[in-house]
Design a protein around this ligand. Sequence first.
Ligand SMILES: Nc1ncnc2c1ncn2[C@@H]1O[C@H](COP(=O)(O)OP(=O)(O)OP(=O)(O)O)[C@@H](O)[C@H]1O
Ligand SMILES: [Mg+2]
Length: 109
Amino acid sequence: MDHVWCNLLHNAIKFTPDGGRIAVSLRRADEGLEVAVRDTGIGVSPSDQERIFERFFKADRSRDRAADGSGLGLALAQEIVALHRGSVSVHSRPRSGSAFRVVLPALPG
Ligand SMILES: Nc1ncnc2c1ncn2[C@@H]1O[C@H](COP(=O)(O)OP(=O)(O)OP(=O)(O)O)[C@@H](O)[C@H]1O
Ligand SMILES: [Mg+2]
């Protein structure tokens, strides 16, 4: 899971201009344990939200600033989370910020 946490945190830092805020939270949800990484960064448009988990997909406006990235991070994160029987989702508004939620099934007992 290292890759998952590192990529979500790295993305939040990369796509949030100076002076913004990043928050990480953990809570028990109905479906299991929910880890959320929220930022007040540039956000993702609704049409891009449908594509950011695809391999090599980078939103247009991130191409300059994120020149170091390959667009693979979220695709790999989604595969890793699925192997743990969990899910990852995004809620975002352009220029407002993004929230990425990872839900992992709680251990029995
Ligand atoms: N927190 C975020 N805020 C705004 N856009 C984001 C955020 N996280 C991801 N994105 C968008 O989704 C795209 C895909 O993210 P992903 O992590 O897969 O690739 P990357 O960070 O560009 O490269 P890599 O992770 O391979 O180094 C990003 O290029 C960016 O356009
Ligand atoms: Mg990334």
